[in-house]
Design a protein around this ligand. Sequence first.
Ligand SMILES: NC(=O)C1=CN([C@@H]2O[C@H](COP(=O)(O)OP(=O)(O)OC[C@H]3O[C@@H](n4cnc5c(N)ncnc54)[C@H](O)[C@@H]3O)[C@@H](O)[C@H]2O)C=CC1
Ligand SMILES: CC(C)CCC[C@@H](C)[C@H]1CC[C@H]2[C@@H]3[C@H](O)CC4=CC(=O)CC[C@]4(C)[C@H]3CC[C@]12C
Length: 369
Amino acid sequence: MADSAQAQKLVYLVTGGCGFLGEHVVRMLLQREPRLGELRVFDLHLGPWLEELKTGPVRVTAIQGDVTQAHEVAAAVAGAHVVIHTAGLVDVFGRASPKTIHEVNVQGTRNVIEACVQTGTRFLVYTSSMEVVGPNTKGHPFYRGNEDTPYEAVHRHPYPCSKALAEWLVLEANGRKVCGGLPLVTCALRPTGIYGEGHQIMRDFYRQGLRLGGRLFRAIPASVEHGRVYVGNVAWMHVLAARELERRAARMGGQVYFCYDGSPYKSYEDFNMEFLGPCGLRLVGTRPLVPYWLLVFLAALNVLLQWLLRPLLLYAPLLNPYTLAMANTTFTVSTDKAQRHFGYEPLFSWEDSRTRTILWVQATGGSAQ
Ligand SMILES: NC(=O)C1=CN([C@@H]2O[C@H](COP(=O)(O)OP(=O)(O)OC[C@H]3O[C@@H](n4cnc5c(N)ncnc54)[C@H](O)[C@@H]3O)[C@@H](O)[C@H]2O)C=CC1
Ligand SMILES: CC(C)CCC[C@@H](C)[C@H]1CC[C@H]2[C@@H]3[C@H](O)CC4=CC(=O)CC[C@]4(C)[C@H]3CC[C@]12C
């Protein structure tokens, strides 16, 4: 990848390339990576939209596969110069078992690392999460923190536990010799709550608001800040990190970076209203309408109902003790590490990000898409 960089065309692999973030990474690579020769999109479920990309100048190869299957991962990685590993099981609602979450997020990541080592792929960017840091089980606030801010990262929930372990595996693999003798260079990007086109939870809130006659009811105090970042900027950060990993290996290798942009610091609900407001919804109440103890009770009740109903159906509402704690604990990031280490600047302003998201909610929010 080094000296003949101008001439050489590169092979990229994006795992989870058909997910919410993955699709944006795929499209961003096609738009913004001039050295791209082949783009491999690996996912358990391939999206029909991939077909339209196959007519462009870059070869797009769709690979239906499972990251938990080492041989499938190795076959997809073989011959790739760079891997962007975004595939993951994002579940904080109790839909999947802890074992499945561990298999996909931890064993899947282990398989990606081993495939890089075996096949000689040297550059690996991993999509980690803010949840690797917090909020922790004690509900300590993380206020405008950066990658060096001391924080007691204590988790019990399977999702953050799996992301923390996977991130550790990726960082630990930095410097390992890959086939051919050169060192593997890895880094991990930690998005806060991602929003933008394709964000299912945003659409769920929109639909719920429509069902409630155009209203949502405030549950969390406006003073609790929750970090959010636009999906286009998260994708751009991945593309840039992947591009710069070789040139700046000594600086970036083994590092973690929070994903950030100019999105405002707000509570989870107030932030959502930036998009849902212009789509006709109203957030009722300047203070929470339901006392916190009642939310705690309802969240616990949901856990019980989930357990009781499990033999009959999957009951997995948004509210549970974990999501309540997430929404109710301040966790915001203020950093410039990615700018200092690899020249990251957000590609989309807050105004652009907001407009794009509103247009998407308006276009698809009410439909079955
Ligand atoms: N959505 C968010 O707010 C945040 C997400 N992240 C991380 O970003 C990454 C992408 O998340 P999203 O796009 O939101 O989720 P998503 O669920 O939309 O995308 C994940 C993709 O991975 C694929 N996948 C799942 N299991 C797989 C397997 N066994 N083999 C192959 N592919 C598999 C899914 O089919 C899906 O296309 C995940 O690693 C997640 O942990 C990190 C921070 C915030
Ligand atoms: C009124 C209710 C209490 C509001 C519930 C909101 C929750 C569903 C969401 C609040 C915070 C979200 C999480 C957060 O943005 C961080 C995340 C990082 C990830 O890596 C994956 C997604 C998520 C866990 C995200 C999920 C939804 C919330 C819990």
